[in-house]
Design a protein around this ligand. Structure first.
Ligand code: BJ8
Length: 425
């Protein structure tokens, strides 16, 4: 980071010492994992810059927005509609975190057998190391898995601006009605926060901006069908991660630039990997920054990741919202239609997800699927078994991984992943 942001962090109330420690770990991991890759698209330089400024320039932008009267809304789930935030003149940022922090303190508040994603969110709050969380005027939790649902009860005592969104668990008419009611309630809460009434024009614009972001991600994913793979899974995952906190218009433009470069690479038969490198689809829990453990292992073990069936991936970005509604209510309906298709493992039954994993494996010509389950994540670990069965029935090799954010099992994971990739090639 070129500029000294310490005064800014101090003013935000961050714990400077702990924050330095976190940034040091993040910077080192980024250098070791991303900058060490070969044959990266030149346009990934934008994401290198974003990551170098992840707690710097981007936070300054958010604080400048706040100074100009714009509100910042933080979210832990892809069910929180960015379109509504944008329509009310607010900015939505993702808060899920992918690193262990202040674990001893966290385990005084949460059972040890809580998934790493939830513990990480608590660690970042306890340690006062997340400028996104500290800058948020409203933090949205959601009733999804039991772990998150109950954790928000405790988090609510630690932050005074927590808003909890109820979410359906069944894809029924009642479930859809609940989602619509909750989106209307969220719209009201955001309007109250910002003092801005959402109009059909502003909602249409919010939908347009988010659709453009998602379309750029669809384009990127489609290009990954090529062999040789034009981009590493690590770089594609990074784009999916940055999706949650970058300025939306700038993000869209940057991903489209990457796609332009990848199209040229593909036309010349070039790629980041050799032709016929074993192609892997990752399916399962979200991988938030800086959780790059599994893709790093896969791509260091002779494979290339060609898709992510994940909320930090295609589960989060697929499907656009129809913006042709004539009224706010019609557009809210369109949002509900779009989001109700998200096949998170909190739904029961959730056979759509099995179909989706199979479709993705076929579409991206994956030689195998690795199911990524965070330890203690019941919804995804439970679904890992039917996913594996469905893959077997369709002749697609599948490896089930269960892990956390620590590096202790790296050796063991590498051995298993190497053996799996060996079997594919
Ligand atoms: S829509 S996947 S972002 S809830 S890993 S906290 S499920 S125990 S994150 Fe998610 Fe929304 Fe669903 Fe997507 Fe619980 Fe599992 Fe932890 Fe998880």
């Amino acid at each position: 980071m070129a500029e000294d942001y310490r005064p800014m962090w101090k003013e935000m109330g961050l714990n400077l010492e702990a924050h330095d420690q976190l940034l040091g770990v993040l910077g080192q991991a980024y250098t070791d994992v991303f900058l060490a890759q070969k044959n990266r698209p030149d346009t990934m330089a934008y994401f290198d810059f974003v990551m170098s400024e992840v707690h710097g320039l981007r936070i300054k932008e958010l604080l400048d927005e706040k100074a100009a009267g714009r509100k910042i809304i933080g979210s832990y789930c892809v069910f929180v509609p960015e379109e509504i935030a944008l329509a009310a003149g607010a900015t939505l940022v993702g808060l899920c975190s992918g690193a262990d922090f202040a674990m001893e303190e966290v385990e005084k508040l949460l059972p040890r057998n809580t998934c790493a994603l939830i513990k990480s969110a608590f660690g970042f709050k306890i340690g006062k190391v997340c400028p996104y969380l500290e800058s948020a005027d409203m933090v949205v939790g959601e009733n999804t898995c039991d772990g998150k649902k109950k954790a928000y009860e405790t988090l609510g005592h630690m932050i005074d601006n927590l808003y909890v969104m109820d979410l359906p668990q069944v894809k029924s008419a009642n479930g859809r009605a609940l989602l619509k009611a909750e989106y209307l309630r969220f719209k009201e809460a955001v309007e109250e926060l910002t003092g801005v009434s959402i109009t059909k024009e502003s909602l249409r614009e919010g939908i347009r901006v988010v659709n453009a972001k998602r379309k750029a991600m669809h384009r990127l994913l489609a290009l990954r069908k090529a062999d040789p793979a034009p981009i590493s899974g690590l770089d594609a995952l990074l784009a999916n991660q940055v999706f949650f906190y970058d300025n939306p218009a700038r993000f869209t433009e940057s991903v489209n630039k990457i796609c332009d470069e990848l199209e040229q690479r593909i036309a010349k038969g070039e790629g980041g990997f050799k032709v016929k490198t074993p192609r892997i689809l990752i399916s399962g829990c979200p991988q938030a920054v800086p959780n790059w453990k599994l893709p790093m292992i896969v791509e260091a073990s002779g494979g290339v990741i060609v898709g992510e069936e994940s909320c930090v991936g295609e589960r989060g970005t697929r499907n656009l919202t129809d913006d042709s509604g004539e009224t706010v209510d019609e557009m809210i309906e369109a949002l509900v239609d779009r989001y109700f298709q998200v096949d998170c493992a909190i739904f029961t039954p959730n056979t759509e997800r099995l179909d989706h994993v199979k479709e993705m494996a076929q579409m991206y010509k994956a030689d195998g699927v690795i199911h990524y389950g965070l330890q203690f994540c019941q919804p995804y670990l439970m679904e890992a078994i039917p996913v594996e069965k469905s893959m077997e029935e369709n002749g697609i090799p599948c490896l089930r991984i269960e892990t956390d954010y620590s590096m202790e099992d790296m050796g063991q994971l590498k051995t298993r992943v190497e053996a799996f990739i060996e079997q594919l090639s």
